[in-house]
Design a protein around this ligand. Structure first.
Ligand code: XMP
Length: 512
């Protein structure tokens, strides 16, 4: 284990894992700690640098999170971000005000001017865009601190006590919209704190395997295997950690894509892992009868999954641990800390509150999709599995808008297969994710001189790195025309094909 560790102290911001990810990208090991971390813990952990995250509160609010004064006297370089920056200013004797005038607040892209003589801003342009999101601003600095960046509304957009290597930035360097964000974090870690970047994804593999071993011991683990990237990587990790005590269960809920259940069975029943396939198509379909509300659909699917897993666990006997391939975007969208629920991913917000298993194991819970893929490669998984496009646990059930029926599932499955086939044929261009969705809209058409009143299929194709945000893929009109013609000709019940040109935000990747 490296001694070049960075401690991230979390004040409840949206981007804590994004900061950890940026640090990992620089080959530096980091861990996130709660904001009530003690001086004792910090001393024992002995970090080479500390990063304080943003948070939704004002440092002037009653009960606002703070840090023991001693932390600033430990000689450890500190970078405070947003809330973390204001906290540093307050602790070092400065003052700030909570800005109530919305014209004075800063949200979004902001032109910022940097003092590039500061090591924090080494090698960047004197003027560039940062991402701000704050309602408080620092108004007065004590002598010990100096301003090293400013913006129109914020004279102290970054502050520094360079002698003691304490820095604060009002903007978010971890967000991609801050043009030099990665350079600033790198400057802080490598130039200011002199951390040696000696950590690799292979180290994470070993850390995760040993954490699983420690938790599970000789216990039996049942893993929910969907055949997607995340659960396949989780399976490979668990196999390494617990060997024969792992059983992977694939539940065919009837919402898989064309040919997928058999392909999954063929891939995973090669004798290397204990694999069970359960055919539960009718169970899921009957539970969704008459249900149209997306969150309710997701919750029913999550609950039914668990019931099926509990049943099979009883059959196997003495299974204490339930494992799944949950990744970080599933967690944040399902609503975490102060973050709002966007949608209950079946494996997080869709889980019932009481389950029969002793513990849920989610080794990938803090990783982003592209990091999971790197880990999959480290584990030696087949590239075909590692680079599969993602597919949501609730499957086609959330790609049929409104009530799910067998007829609608067949329509969307056929349309999706055609879309996939044509994208694969096009070869030169592969979106990060692409699929067909059956809208709940029927409209009038004319086919063979006859009036039709049939469904519209929406095609969705997106470009993204981490699935937290996306842009729509700029597919060529000729390719879209070919796909559209094939769908209306080959899929009964469809007379219109639409192409989705929205990004995330304001949309999400999936429709429900
Ligand atoms: P959204 O629709 O939230 O999707 O923008 C982001 C990524 O997550 C996938 N997704 C899910 N994955 N369980 C999953 O395992 C779910 O319930 C779920 N919902 C969305 C989606 O396909 C996209 O890749």
């Amino acid at each position: 284990m490296t001694d070049q560790k960075v401690m991230i102290i979390n004040f409840g911001g949206q981007y804590d894992q994004l900061i950890a990810r940026r640090v990992r990208e620089l080959n530096v090991y980091s861990e996130i700690f709660p904001n009530d971390v003690t001086v004792e813990t910090i001393k024992n952990y002995a970090p080479k640098a500390i990063i304080l995250t943003g948070g939704p509160k004002s440092v002037y609010e009653e009960g606002a999170f703070t840090l023991p004064e001693e932390v600033l006297q430990m000689g450890i370089p500190i970078l405070g971000i947003c809330y973390g920056c204001q906290l540093l200013a307050k602790m070092l004797g400065g003052s700030a005000q909570t800005v109530t005038d919305s014209r004075m607040r800063e949200y979004g892209k902001t032109t910022t001017y940097f003092d590039t003589d500061s090591p924090l801003f080494y090698g960047i342009l004197k003027k560039s865009v940062t991402w701000m999101s704050h309602g408080d601003k620092i108004t007065c600095l004590p002598g010990r601190l100096k301003a090293i960046a400013n913006s129109k509304k914020c004279p102290f957009a970054a502050i520094a006590d360079e002698e003691n290597k304490i820095y604060g930035v009002q903007f978010h360097p971890e967000v991609t919209h801050t043009v030099y964000g990665r350079d600033i974090i790198k400057n802080f870690l490598i130039r200011v704190a002199e951390v040696r970047p000696d950590w690799r994804m292979a180290d994470l593999k070993e850390t995760l395997v040993s954490q699983i071993k420690q938790t599970v011991g000789d216990g039996k683990v049942l893993l929910a295997l969907s055949g997607g990237v995340d659960s396949a990587v989780a399976a490979a990790l668990l196999k390494k950690a617990v060997g024969k005590n792992l059983t992977c269960v694939f539940v065919d809920h009837g919402f898989m894509r064309k040919g997928e259940p058999d392909l999954i069975e063929k891939t995973f029943s090669d004798g290397k892992i204990n694999f069970i396939r359960l055919n539960e198509q009718q169970t899921f379909l009957s539970k969704l009868k008459g249900v149209t509300e997306p969150e309710q659909k997701r919750k029913i699917i999550g609950k039914t999954f668990i019931e099926v897993f509990e049943k099979i666990a009883d059959k196997i006997g003495e299974v204490d641990y339930f494992a799944q391939g949950t990744i970080y975007p599933d967690v944040i969208e399902s609503g975490k800390n102060e973050a709002q629920t966007i949608k209950s991913h079946h494996n997080v917000g869709g889980l019932p509150s009481v389950i029969k298993f002793k513990k849920i194991i989610e080794p990938l819970r803090s990783l982003f999709k592209d990091e999971v893929r790197i880990l999959g490669q480290e584990l030696g998984l087949n590239e075909k599995i590692v680079f599969r496009q993602p597919f949501p646990g609730p499957g086609l059930a959330i790609r049929v808008i409104g009530e799910v029926t067998e007829e609608k599932l067949n329509i969307v499955r056929k349309a999706d297969a055609i879309f996939t086939e044509e994208i694969e044929k096009a070869k030169h261009f592969k979106p990060a994710q692409y699929f067909a969705c059956l809208t709940n809209m029927r409209s009038v058409g004319v086919m063979g001189d006859k009036r039709t009143y049939s469904y519209a299929i929406a095609l969705r194709a997106v470009e993204t790195e981490d699935f937290m945000t996306c842009e729509f893929s700029k597919l060529s009109f000729s390719l879209l025309e070919k796909i559209s013609l094939r769908i209306v000709n080959e899929v009964a019940g469809v007379n219109r094909v639409l192409f989705d040109v929205t990004g995330k935000p304001p949309s999400t990747v999936e429709y429900e």
